[in-house]
Design a protein. Sequence first.
Length: 222
Amino acid sequence: MMNNVIVVAGGKGLRMGSDLPKQFIPIGGKPVLMRTIEMFYNFDNNINIILVLPLSHQGYWHQLCKEYNFTVSHKIATGGETRFHSVKNGLDMVDEGIVAVQDGVRPFASREMICRCFNAAHDFSAVVPAIDSTDSLRRVKADGKSEIIDRSQIRLVQTPQVFHVDILKKAYKTEYKTTFTDDASVVEFMGTDIHLVKGEVTNIKITTPLDLKIGELLINSI
């Protein structure tokens, strides 16, 4: 089956405290977004890569590709009003097979974990990597009081989230809801069960200056 990945990169970098969107910030001498794309190319050099970018960022991306001599083949879709609409636009460039949806600023998933997600997707309709919570958790109730949550029942969700193409396309025909926080939530709304696979604590999302420093340490430890 054809492997596809939609890399969603619409961040404005507000939490990073930078004028440069976080997906374009260099880490280990290369923009974060390029590392994310290369991660999937190294998994499967025939994979169909769709990069979803706001129209206002596309010129700068082309400039970066020339500057860094970035030649990994990929298509570009234009981002939408929300992440939901951006993924929907990317799906228009996918025809068949298995499709992953990936945060553009999550560049450290191992090849083994990506394989684990794609392999599981052949047996299940919807696959999500997740890790255990190591922190204590509390739920804030309507009256303002809080109560403990059993963390053994909690998993922290990551990407890539991987699906049969027809399942994801069907799910994205529904109307947008603010409760759609990721692709799994859209698919689950349509009645499809979500299968969890083992994620990685190093599969971090680059959203703050601290994340950049951790990412540099990860690169230097490879």
